[in-house]
Ligand binder design. Structure first.
Ligand code: ZN
Length: 239
């Protein structure tokens, strides 16, 4: 079997945020069959899990060609990860940002767990590509998002399951402005609008404040990154 047809079925790690939604849209242009997986680990806000459902529905309604390829959605309960965040380990500690720009709900190595679970699911579902919206360009603070980490995980999963699993990271070397540009290339303004309105990025789960770039508190690192990327994207688009 030629390589191109062997890797025609993909599993997208899908959180309902800007990055994973762009990855999902791209996967729907590249693969014949695409499934999604999300992880419920006692997120600070149910907003993230709600966004996943809405984004999948909107993608299907606005892009019928993609709807034909969009397969099952899976949600895996990883509530054990909530027990490992600093806020859980230190009961009287409130949610806050650390000096490194990460919230204290951050769980070290979280993506390693996600990828291992996704690998097992992909194996069972006959999906040979795992798509992850991780990126080295913007978030140097997350060591489990590094390209080397992804390559090591690809090798470990392929060996451990004795099957060829690819970890595809289309956003690894692009910044947030380029992520918006990628969405525009894939689905025009319709996709950009969908991402602005329905994806969720804010660490604080804010769906009360609407900005040009979408909903969020406008102050947390995730919001600031999204805002800066949007500004650079629109500036570039209008020049
Ligand atoms: Zn925010």
């Amino acid at each position: 079997m030629p390589e191109s047809s062997k890797h025609s079925r993909a599993l997208v790690l899908f959180s309902g945020g800007q990055d994973s939604t762009t990855c999902l849209a791209q996967a729907l242009t590249r693969f014949d069959h695409v499934e999604t997986v999300g992880f419920d680990y006692g997120q600070r806000h149910r907003v993230e899990l709600d966004a996943r459902r809405v984004v999948r529905r909107e993608l299907s309604e606005r892009f019928p060609a993609w709807a034909a390829k969009l397969g099952d959605d899976h949600t895996l309960d990883l509530s054990v990860l909530g027990a490992l965040s600093e806020t859980s380990l230190t009961r009287d500690m409130a949610y806050r940002m650390e000096a490194n720009g990460l919230p204290n709900t951050f769980v070290p190595g979280r993506n390693l767990v996600f990828l291992t679970m996704a690998g097992a699911l992909a194996y069972r579902r006959g999906l040979s590509v795992i798509v992850a919206g991780v990126c080295e360009t913007d978030f140097s603070g997350y060591p489990d998002c590094r390209d080397d980490t992804m390559k090591a995980m690809q090798l470990a999963l392929s060996l451990g399951m004795d099957t060829r699993l690819l970890i595809d990271t289309p956003l690894m070397w692009i910044d947030k402005a380029d992520t918006w540009r990628l969405a525009q290339t894939l689905g025009g303004e319709a996709l950009v609008d969908l991402i602005v309105e329905h994806t969720h990025t804010c660490y604080r789960g804010d769906r009360e404040h609407r900005h040009d770039w979408g909903w969020g508190c406008g102050k947390c690192p995730a919001c600031l990154l999204r805002e800066r990327g949007w500004a650079a994207f629109r500036k570039g688009a209008w020049n």
